[in-house]
Write a new protein. Structure first.
Length: 774
DNA sequence: GTGCATCATTTTTTT
DNA sequence: AATGATGCAC
């Protein structure tokens, strides 16, 4: 015990010790970035066990599998045993719902629908209700509204106000819910919401779970939405040993329903709560560098160059991360890094979102849940079986008549009779399809990899891709088999571990022991795959640079961090006019605050060195546009200077501690950076015409200002586009001669409407179009 | 029913 | 720029 205690309290500062030592009663740990939060939480779990708590009495909930896995590793390191139920909200709820499904009128074989699946349901409904005429009611918008509603209310009480919601909720919402139920499907929001419904409507069920979990811990509490909040309240009310950890300054998920009030009202919910503030042990960023590049490719190359420089100086690739606001930005970076810098991109279109993989998964889902019409529709004609829109319409019509699922309509003797009414080609296709599923269903339930392999072969899914020469897709399918084999290894039913610790007293355990372990079955595999997050790929041990969105970066840290695209419109991200209700200025301000926190999160990931980079030209929606420096650029640096030393120039950050060496490095970098910019200016000066103009009064760093001005300088002998006037005759290398009809916009975004003799009117950005005045 | 060409739309961020 | 939806020819 003493030895354990020594380990539990080693290297902790006083507030950290206090948090770890608090075992009973509600506890709120307010932890800023870099305050050792994860460490404190895992130590506390270990301390609970050291003081006699049994592992199975502890439930620790995180937002990502990654965080859960990391926590599990650390806890096992400390106390050397498993049994603590560590999982994400979604995994926890899925497990609970699977066990209690019948109570809610579901089968245990329900399917978890991802966004794409759920969108296809919504699309159908929108079409059926004739809402599609109005662009605001695009399936996407409606889906978002439904999700918002599900996240913010429990029962349809307190529904969001506004015409849009009224119309959505009066029709689509119910239809959507009914469709989900009919398909035995749950979307991501349902996993949380139905769990709350289960516990609220069935006190006996709640009682079992409450009894089991004497200690409940929640990480990133500021990210909880209403359902998650209720869940914690429901589970925690009895023993009241709820430990919430979080940081309101890192609240970046309001857009998916997270409500920072949950953490702010913790004291109200648990008046006896103890509150510990971990010291704001700011990661001491030694060196901050702002870089400006001409366009996003050059920004990416600049990042690559700095990475290589860092590596030459002895840094490891795994020490470095590159962040961006939108996934689309990863393209240019990937391009710049692909030959020289080992790297991994987290997020974007993940393995399990690829078409061929989703097709394969649809077969598996339909196998587990025959009522899953969404999956049926997806694969009934993949590979081609001559079952097109008209044949599908017939099947749907028949299904509607009998109220059965699509697959059921084709199954059994009645199904066979129905299939017989089709034309020869589709008839053959449908018979084959039904037969295939029957054949697969007859396979032994384990190992899962065998089922997947057989499915790929017998369905000819793999073969059809081989024939069309899509080898990358074939490889992905083989990858799926590998993933299944891995799952089999992890979940070998012959090696099921009994939970450790002394046996629970009667009634407490109540048959819930198997819950924290995944089912070694196809259903279990599908659950794992459905709830897998892109971050799960991230491995700090591997030697590569990590590329990810700022959102994904939360909770991680790196010695060297690049934040790219620090530009107005991108960071903060500018929405191009919402399709439904106008955003109030209050909403606008809130959104801006969240963007600001996002930058804060990104910056605080850096332990030693931080690069903020931006490009002057940025492509959005295909077209290049001038990007202004982000308003955060000036705000942020000012804030940091305040913390360290106001008198020093930007890149002299942190010299106080590191001394002369760092100053020299800094100055070298500044020089190299300036040289690079001059080169760029030369290249671009010859190719592009850019009106000389100050882009922003916000830019406050004189050296930067100079570089940008030089970059934007118009080269000799070129037309001064701002001199153009309505009526002027101009020449364009591609479009030929024309007349200026109108000039709009100001500064770098000045546009001219030019009527060309050859090809009519065009709207051109003066700063980019190579226009010559005649 | 399939395959191809053209057009429109899109991108915030994620479990 | 890249993907999906639509329309048309076979």
């Amino acid at each position: 015990m003493n030895e354990t205690e020594e380990r539990v309290f080693a290297d902790l500062n006083p507030p950290q010790r206090e948090a770890v030592a608090t075992l009973e009663g509600p506890l709120l740990i307010l932890a800023g970035a870099g305050s050792g939060k994860t460490r404190v939480v895992t130590r506390r779990i270990a301390n609970l066990i050291a003081h006699g708590a049994r592992p199975w009495e502890i439930l620790a909930i995180t937002f990502t599998n990654k965080a859960a896995a990391e926590m599990r590793r650390r806890v096992e390191d400390l106390v050397g045993q498993a049994g603590v139920w560590l999982s994400t909200f979604h995994s926890f709820c899925a497990r609970v719902l699977r066990r209690e499904a019948e109570v809610l009128g579901y089968t245990r074989d329900f399917t978890i629908y991802d966004e794409e699946d759920s969108l296809s349901l919504v699309k159908d409904i929108v079409k059926r209700l004739g809402l599609e005429e109005d662009k605001r009611f695009s399936a996407r918008n409606v889906r978002q509204a439904i999700s918002r509603t599900k996240n913010s209310t429990l029962r349809g009480d307190e529904l969001p106000q506004g015409l849009f919601h009224e119309r959505v909720l009066s029709g689509v919402f119910e239809e959507y819910e009914a469709a989900l139920r009919k398909n035995q499907g749950l979307d991501f929001d349902d996993l949380l919401r139905q769990a709350v419904v289960l516990f609220t409507d069935h006190p006996d069920v709640l009682e079992r779970y409450r009894n089991r979990f004497r200690y409940v811990l929640v990480d990133e509490y500021q990210d909880t939405n209403r359902c998650q909040y209720h869940l914690i309240q429901l589970l925690g009310q009895k023993h009241r040993n709820v430990c919430a950890t979080g940081d309101p300054d890192q609240s970046i998920y309001a857009w998916r329903g997270a409500d920072v009030r949950n953490i702010l009202s913790f004291e109200k919910d648990f008046p006896e709560a103890k509150i510990v503030k971990l010291e704001q042990n700011y990661r001491s960023t030694q060196h901050i560098l702002q870089t400006v590049a001409a366009d996003e490719q050059l920004e990416a190359y600049e990042v690559a160059r700095h990475i290589e420089e860092q590596v030459r100086a002895g840094r490891r690739y795994s020490d470095i991360a590159v962040f961006y606001r939108t996934n689309a930005q990863s393209r240019a970076l990937e391009e710049a890094l692909k030959n020289n810098v080992p790297h991994i991109i987290i997020g974007g279109v993940t393995f399990y979102e690829r078409r061929e993989v989703k097709d394969a998964l649809a077969y598996l889902r339909l196998l587990v849940n025959p009522k899953d019409d969404v999956s049926f529709r997806r694969i009934i004609n993949v590979p081609r079986r001559a079952v097109g829109d008209s044949a599908l319409a017939l099947i749907e019509q028949q299904a509607l008549k009998t109220g059965a699922s699509l697959l059921a309509t084709l199954s059994g003797p009645e199904g066979a009779a129905f299939i017989a009414t089709f034309k020869p080609k589709p008839r053959q296709g449908l018979t084959g399809f039904v037969g295939l599923l029957e054949e697969l269903r007859a396979l032994p339930p384990y190992p899962v990899a065998d089922i997947v392999k057989t499915m790929l072969e017998r369905s000819e899914l793999r073969e059809s891709l081989v024939e069309s020469g899509e080898m990358e897709r074939v490889e992905n399918l083989d990858g799926l088999v590998n993933a299944a084999a891995e799952f089999d290894e992890e979940n070998d039913p012959a090696a099921v571990r009994a939970p450790e610790g002394p046996p629970p007293e009667p009634g407490a355990y109540d048959g819930l022991e198997e819950l924290s372990q995944r089912q070694a079955s196809l259903a279990g595999f599908l659950e794992k795959v459905a709830l897998m997050a892109p971050t799960d790929k991230y491995d700090p041990e591997k030697e590569y640079v990590t590329l990810m969105t700022l959102h994904m970066a939360k909770g991680l840290e790196f010695p060297v961090v690049f934040i790219t695209g620090v530009e107005e419109g991108l960071l903060p991200l500018l929405r191009s006019g919402g399709p439904f209700e106008d955003r109030s200025s209050e909403q606008e301000a809130k959104a801006l605050e969240e963007e600001r926190r996002l930058v804060y999160v990104g910056m605080t990931r850096a332990k030693e060195k931080l690069y903020l980079s931006r490009a002057v030209y940025r492509r959005r929606y295909g077209a290049a546009d001038i990007a202004q420096p982000s308003r955060f650029l000036s705000e942020i640096t000012e804030k940091l200077l305040e913390i360290h030393d106001r008198s020093k120039p930007l890149w002299a950050e942190g010299l106080g501690r590191a001394g002369r060496g760092a100053r020299e490095t800094a100055e070298r970098e500044v020089k190299a950076f300036g040289r690079f910019e001059r080169e760029v200016a030369e290249v671009f000066g010859n190719e592009q015409k850019v009106p000389p103009r100050r882009t922003s009064s916000r830019r406050r760093d004189p050296a930067l200002e100079e570089v940008v001005d030089r970059l934007l300088d118009t080269s000799e002998g070129q037309t001064e586009p701002s001199m153009l006037d309505v009526g002027d005759r101009v020449h364009h290398p591609k479009f030929g001669d024309g007349t200026v009809e109108a000039i709009t916009g100001t500064g770098l975004s000045t546009k001219a409407k030019v009527h060309f003799r050859k090809c009519g009117p065009k709207l051109l950005l003066l700063s980019l179009a190579k226009l010559e005045k005649l």
